[in-house]
Design a protein around this ligand. Structure first.
Ligand SMILES: [Cu+2]
Length: 662
């Protein structure tokens, strides 16, 4: 909602300028340019410590995101302490689904920091614009250069080296902008070896190798309209997952879209933006690099998605609204082939995702009224329809005989909030309600091995929708120097989906200890809170701190897994002329509310100290910044509550990077 109001106020400014101007054409150019600028007002893709960060490192600086980490690459983002099945993760509103049954490839692993302009995170039902959700939405916004920039050609080059895992990266961006035509391109390479933990022990199988490239072309079809085509190609090769019994040999994604955008000068409707898209992901795992595996299993996966997203922004006086239509078709396939040391002697074949089609369509609306100078009401809703079809349903029938091959579900969602501004205080309260459908694994998965609790997981096509009831609130206080904000949310989730031990069935994998089936708990509850502090001590001295706490319980009062204990992040930034010095401290307290039932043990507290310094200078006429620093300066040996199998995190890491703008 905030974003929409920025877009619309920018539009309004544009319209006012138009009234005083004589050349309409030039002005439209400005306006189109300004509409795009809203992305740039937001935080840059960098953390309080590092200017060259990965997408994961950037997300980690957000107070409602935590991660399950299975190694150094492709962390699984948890929003409001809920797993990725409960949130919608999109790229510019496009749905993409990973092709790995073991969650090696969250959507965030298919982009790079240099093809993103910002990341929009919406908590709970406020995130239902892009589709049905419980936890909220994460939308990765791609970079797009405005039309008619004064500088026609430009770009950025970033390079760097991180010493702990000998990671080298090169990220390049180039844009070309005229009044009629825009081109954006980016290329990124990253290559890293194994990292070492705080005891200077090498963590085997933690290397990775990534290539990402993107291209966007936009053409202005009239003074107020433009077409754009975009493509992202991503390839990860030889990626180790130290916490899993296998690694990734190759993963490739192609993500494409074509869009049309029309602006309107008069009337209720301000912007209409429509996009069709296609993306395909392929994923090949490899366990032959692990000598401990006597029997090998190839588990390739494929995911293909076609979709449409169409959005309209309306505004009249004190009312503004956003209306969005989503539709997609996804096919998810995963195979399991088992063989002894000799690959030609295959002993078993199964589909762990038996060609599951998901078709989804939703219509969503967000309305907001300024009921006075100081207060505002937001009201939104969405209605989705979700259809599943399992082609090789015989795999699902083994545990759920006679389960229907097709299943339709209705997924409604509603939310309301009230915002009030009282001088230096701003207060908001909200509530929401929403359904989500089970994921492909939860409904149709067949013998998906979970190395965390060492069970094979079986999907249940008959699972009920998960239904979430939510309440949230925020109080903020702001002066010129200090800002303080406290946020809370509470979720009561009916039919909470989780794996429970099945008495029937024997484990397939010789490492697994049994079989679990996805079932619905009668309910579960989840509470999240965060406090943010911001203090400008002097013009060049800035302090920030975030504290978070969460609590998740099942229907018997037992703990839910992967709930972050009390945690904090704090940073200090000092700037003097061309030099900037940053230091940060972050950590978790002891995990007291862990869940042995779901494979968790108690994780000890840890505190990590980081330090960096940067220097800005001119390289000829190019503005440049050089940065050097160290993460985990004291080389602490630790693992977090959400490190899969308690794998230790990286020890001391010295990093350097150089950024040149041209
Ligand atoms: Cu995988």
């Amino acid at each position: 909602m905030k974003k929409l109001s920025i877009v619309l106020s920018v539009l309004a400014i544009g319209l006012e300028v138009n009234g005083q101007s004589t050349t309409v054409k030039r002005d439209t150019v400005n306006r189109l340019a300004e509409v795009k600028v809203d992305a740039k007002i937001k935080r840059k893709i960098e953390s309080d410590l590092k200017m060259a960060v990965s997408v994961d490192e950037f997300l980690a600086s957000s107070d409602n995101i935590s991660f399950i980490k299975r190694g150094a690459y492709a962390w699984e983002p948890l929003l409001n302490n809920m797993s990725t099945e409960r949130s919608t993760i999109t790229i510019d509103g496009m749905h993409i689904f990973g092709a790995c049954t073991d969650k090696m490839d969250p959507i965030t692993s298919y982009v790079e920091s240099n093809n993103l302009s910002s990341i929009d995170i919406n908590s709970g039902q406020e995130g239902n614009m892009h589709g049905a959700t419980v936890a909220g939405s994460i939308d990765l916004k791609r970079r797009s250069t405005p039309f008619g920039l004064q500088q026609n050609i430009g770009g950025t080059y970033q390079t760097g080296f991180e010493f702990n895992n000998r990671q080298a990266f090169n990220l390049g961006n180039l844009f070309y902008s005229t009044d009629k035509f825009v081109a954006d391109g980016s290329v990124a390479f990253r290559k890293a070896g194994n990292y070492a933990d705080g005891n200077n022990q090498e963590v085997q199988h933690s290397q990775y190798n990534k290539l990402n490239a993107s291209l966007g072309l936009a053409y202005k079809t009239s003074a107020l309209s433009a077409v754009r085509i975009d493509a992202i190609f991503d390839r990860a090769k030889d990626v180790g997952f130290p916490a899993l019994p296998m690694d990734l040999w190759l993963s490739r994604a192609i993500i494409t879209s074509a869009s049309y955008k029309q602006l309107f000068e008069e009337g209720l409707m301000k912007v209409w933006d429509t996009k069709v898209y296609f993306n395909a992901v392929e994923h090949y795992m490899d366990d032959t690099t692990r000598p401990e595996n006597l029997v090998h299993m190839d588990m390739p996966g494929w995911s293909t998605t076609y979709g449409l997203v169409s959005k309209v922004n309306l505004k009249k006086e004190h009312y503004s609204s956003e209306l969005q239509l989503n539709a997609y078709d996804n096919l998810s396939i995963a195979e399991m082939r088992m063989y002894p040391q000799d690959r030609s002697k295959r002993t078993m074949f199964a589909y762990s995702w038996p060609w599951v089609t998901t078709r989804f369509a939703s219509i969503a609306m967000n309305n907001s009224w300024d009921i006075s100078e100081r207060s505002k009401v937001n009201l939104g809703g969405s209605l989705g329809v979700n259809y599943n079809y399992s082609k090789y349903v015989e795999f699902n029938w083994i545990f759920h005989p006679g389960a229907p091959q097709k299943k339709n579900r209705w997924l409604p969602g509603l939310h309301a909030s009230y915002e009030l501004n009282l001088n230096q205080f701003d207060i908001s309260v909200g509530t929401g309600f929403g359904h989500r459908a089970p994921s492909v694994s939860e409904a149709y998965g067949y013998y998906i091995y979970n190395s965390f609790d060492r069970y094979d997981y079986i999907g249940n096509p008959g699972l009920k929708n998960e239904v979430s009831y939510e309440a949230n609130g925020r109080v903020g206080f702001k002066t010129e120097k200090i800002s303080v904000a406290a946020k809370v949310n509470y979720f009561y989730i009916d039919n909470y989906i989780i794996g429970r031990i099945l008495s029937l069935g024997s484990p397939m994998n010789y490492q697994s200890v049994g079989v679990k089936g996805y079932t619905s708990l009668p309910y579960a509850t989840l509470f999240n809170t965060a406090i943010n502090l911001d203090y400008t001590i002097r013009d060049n001295l800035h302090w920030k701190a975030v504290f978070t706490y969460a609590r998740g319980k099942d229907d018997t009062g037992g703990n839910l897994p992967f709930i972050r204990p009390l945690s904090y992040q704090t940073s200090l930034h000092y700037g003097y002329r061309r030099i900037g010095v940053r230091t940060s401290l972050h950590g978790d307290f002891t995990q007291t509310n862990y869940s042995p039932e779901y494979g968790e043990d108690q994780t000890a507290s840890y505190n990590i100290w980081n330090l960096s310094a940067d220097y800005s200078f001119s390289l000829g006429k190019f503005k440049s910044v050089f940065q050097a620093g160290a993460e985990n300066l004291l080389n602490e040996y630790y693992s977090t509550y959400a490190d899969w199998g308690n794998i230790p995190r990286m020890g001391r890491n010295i990093f350097t990077s150089l950024k040149v703008n041209f």
